[in-house]
Structure formats: structure tokens, C-alpha cells
Design a protein around this ligand. Sequence first.
Ligand SMILES: C[S@@+](CC[C@H](N)C(=O)[O-])C[C@H]1O[C@@H](n2cnc3c(N)ncnc32)[C@H](O)[C@@H]1O
Ligand code: SF4
Length: 452
Amino acid sequence: MRIVVDEPSTRTRLTESIAADTRADYVYSYPPRQAYRPFDEPTAAAVPDLIARSLRRFTDLNLYVHVPFCRQICRFCNLYAVADPNADLDGYVDAVLAEAAGLAGLTDRKDVTTLYVGGGTPSIMAPAQLERLLRSLLDRFSTDPDRPPPETALEVDPATVDAAGLRDLRAVGFTRINLGYQSMVDGEVRGLGRRRPASAGLSLLEQALAVGFTDVCVDLIYGLAGQTDEGWLDSLRRVAALAPPTVCAYPLTLRPFTGYHKLGYSSVDGATLYRRYETADHVLREAGYRQETHVRWVRDGGGYRQKVNHWGLRNVLGLGAGARSYLWEADLRNGYSVRSRGSVLRSYVDRIGAGGTAVTDGFVMSDDERQRKATALNLMALDRGWAREVLDFDPVTRFADEFALFAELGLGEVGPDRVTLTREGVKYRDLLSQALFSREVRARVREFGYDE
Ligand SMILES: C[S@@+](CC[C@H](N)C(=O)[O-])C[C@H]1O[C@@H](n2cnc3c(N)ncnc32)[C@H](O)[C@@H]1O
Ligand code: SF4
């Protein structure tokens, strides 16, 4: 991540960035992962206590499980994933459940409100493996293990399921699936380095909508290599015509060591990204969607509860290799690499096997950083009463200069109850979020030399 909006003059950096169509990466967590560091010995020893104290704070809990296995590594991918056709999936479930056993010892049972299985491609697991995972986790953590959390979600590669498979996933208890289409244009999909049979096209989305999930989300990316404005419009129109409850449209994040980078695709034109964002917003609103964030449009029961809870500072406890936990006291991570993908998995399994912690690095939160987190992530619509109640601060007085600047530039509005961004402000939300980063977080991100 590049720090675009920096001191000494936030105003100058912001106005210059907007004038030059400069983009900032999507800020989906604060601090961004480039600010994570391995802990020193005393902090590492205190990790179980940081987890226990965080979980004690709330009666509810969000669980995230990372399943890193994929059929191939896509050219744009900077997520933690491994492509191993011989992966021991049952062994992996055993490791995650062993990790869960250790973590459950740190807490009493909770009201598990969301359980999200992401990756990687968790849909390459058999329904029976997913069922064992879900049931065992609820047995460990939930006050009511027989009741699936209201949002029980699975990330699905459309090429890994058919109509019968979708029904099996519903029967296992998933209420929401996230279909990682990325594009509806065949040539663009091939350019991702993905194999996708014709059966995984729009008909699969129709079948998914008919199966009875509360929410079906379609993920799309703009800025892909070879993508044209027409191709982007085509993807949006085809998806909108079928009206899935949630559509996520992400600007491409490009990183070193990915397939794209090796092929020489190492920068995306900012003006193109802003233009495609506006196309998405226009097409989806016309189709009856409401914008929930700058990357998500919803209708008819759509949404993404775990993300809303994360941004609302509720605890998200992550399990598995490459998983991240977003907790009251700290953000924690169970390894990450796109250069040495296999070693992260081996080291995770070894550490869990030896009875140790899976956590490799992270960031310990302070009151100041929590206030920045609440503000930077929820800039589009920040409830002042909520901030006072949960964090004992008023964002408008705490960040008076920043909000005055946003209002002056026509990007934000300060109301008695809520701070909001204007339509134009939402477009620049990731630039504006950077204005809330602390000095320490900026410095850490800047000195992060190896930007995977
Ligand atoms: C956590 S990822 C899901 C990974 C899942 N294996 C997949 O590719 O479908 C959620 C979504 O983020 C988006 N995404 C992943 N990598 C991205 C990147 N480098 N730039 C922009 N969006 C990305 C994709 O739309 C993806 O479906
Ligand atoms: S983009 Fe998704 S499917 Fe492709 S390698 Fe990354 S995690 Fe796997």
C-alpha cells in the first residue's frame, strides 16, 4: 500500500490526488496489514491474554476460517492461497479444529452471529468436510451449537460447484454464498489464469438464486488486464439483470510477486478505475440497488454482516493458515506470503501440532488507534452516538480538522447524529480514509519495504 494522503499538508495532498485521479488502495481494515509486525517476546507471550480480554468484552462473536487451497493461483491474486492438488483437506480441518480447541479455552461460549469460511477456495472441500468444520466450531464456541449463525457464509469458486453441490451447501447450513466470478466476460476470465467451464457461467448464478440462500453475493473486479469499459459494463449488466441480493465491485489491487506483475502489468490507470467505479454505481442503482459501501451494493436482504461487525469493532476471531483476527485489543495474523506460499501452511500445521499459537504477527491497538479505526473504516456513514457509546469519543471534535476539510471540499457532511460522505466523497473514500491514519501507522506502512 502506498501512503498517498500524507502530512504536512493533508489538504494539498488530497486535492492534488483528486485532481490527478490518483487512487489509494481499498482500506478494508485498519491498520492495513503493511503495518503488522512480528511481536517482541513479551507481546508474543501476551497474545493469549489479548485474545481472552478482547473476547470477554462482548457476548457476541464472529468466526472466520481461512481455507487457503485453490485449483490454481490467479494472476491478480495477493491473497494467501496455495495450489496443491494433493492437499490433505481432512488433515487441514483437523489442524483448524485443534487451533479452535486452544482458542476456546480462552473464552466462555458466545452468541456466534457470523461464521465466514473464506480463502482460498473453501468450496473445493466436500460438503461433509465443511459440515464437520461448522459443527465442531459451533460446538466449541456457541451458546447454541445447534443453531447456525444468522450469517453462515462460504466463498465459492463458480467452477467448483454445480446445482446439486449448491443444494448440498445449503443443507450444510450456509445462508450466504459469495460467488467469485470477477468477470462475466469469457476472455477476461481466461486472462485471470482461471479455468472456468461454460457451466459455471450465468446459469450457475440463476441456480444459486433458486436454491434458497438468504444472500448470494457476486464479486467482480474492475481494472483487470485486458478489460475494456464495454466489458465492464457487460459484466455489470448481466449480473444486475439476475438481481443477486449483493454485488461487490472491487478496484484491482496490484502487488509485486503476483502473476500480473511478472507479466508486466504493474500499474492501473487511476482515471480508468474511477470511471469504472462510476459505471458500477450507475448501473447498480438503476437496477434497484442501494450502495452499502464504496465496494458493495445491496438489495432484498443483501449485505455482509461479518464485515459490518468488523468495522463496528466487534470481535472477529480468525482460524487457519493465513487467517486474520480483528479483535478489540489487537489485529493478529496466522502467517502470510505470496512468495513462499507452501511454507506458511507447513509452518501453521507444525505450530498447531506442537501445541503452540498460530499467530505470527499483528498490531496491538490503543484507544487512539481504535478511534481512528472506527472513523477511517466507517467514513461513509459514521454514527456519532455509536462512537460515543462504544469508544467514548465524538469523531467530529476528535478529527475536527479532517471533517472541516472534507466538508469544505464538498466530500463530507457533518450532521448532528451522523457524519456522512457525499456521492463524490464516497468515490474518494480510500483517499479520505488515509487522512485518518496515525503517524505511526503511516510510518510503518511507508517503511514496509517488501510490499507483497
Ligand atoms: C477474499 S477474496 C475471495 C477469494 C476467492 N478465492 C475468489 O477469488 O473468489 C474476496 C474478493 O476480493 C476480490 N479480490 C481478490 N483479490 C483482489 C485484488 N488483487 N484486487 C481486487 N480485488 C481482489 C475478488 O473479487 C474476490 O472474490
Ligand atoms: S483469487 Fe481466489 S481463487 Fe484465485 S488464487 Fe486467489 S484465492 Fe485462489
